[in-house]
Design a protein around this ligand. Sequence first.
Ligand code: FES
Length: 188
Amino acid sequence: MPTTSQAKGKTVQEHPSGDPRFKMIDRALKRSHYQQDALIEVLHTAQETFGYLTEDLLIYVAQQLKLPPSWVYGVATFYHFFSMKPQGVHSCVVCLGTACYVKRASDIVTSLKAEYGVDPGQTTPDGQLSVSAARCVGSCGLAPVVVIDGAIVGKEAHEATIERVRKLVKGGSNGSTSKTSIEEAKAS
Ligand code: FES
């Protein structure tokens, strides 16, 4: 439960942990004037600050925005870009939307599983790689699409994904910059 304090005549709810990261969330809440429709923006800030969304964070945000916790939980679990589990150092999101699926995106998932032993929604035991799946990342013309550490890579073969991820996990270049990969894909 947040604690209540008085500041300049205003009632301010603060997280009792004293964790300074909550100040980032408080700033996002203040910027949005505690409007309930700022929920997604506030959750983004919470995830960027903490790495993933804990139950405690969701309850805090729900209380601050005066929303039912079940609503906030529903939003956090509906969108693929929110995570309720600790994430790996690197991330690989495989799009399994219709356009990508018919271009055999599932082969990429199978190869990642064979190489790293993880299914979408899981992180390798060493914490180096999180694999997840998305319904559509909005680049259907480039199917199949993967998003590696936030960079979109289009027209991707499963062998190429494994190669990119191997380099990443070894600490090399991720082998993908969104612009080049998209441009390359468009040119081919
Ligand atoms: S279905 Fe994969 S980008 Fe749209």
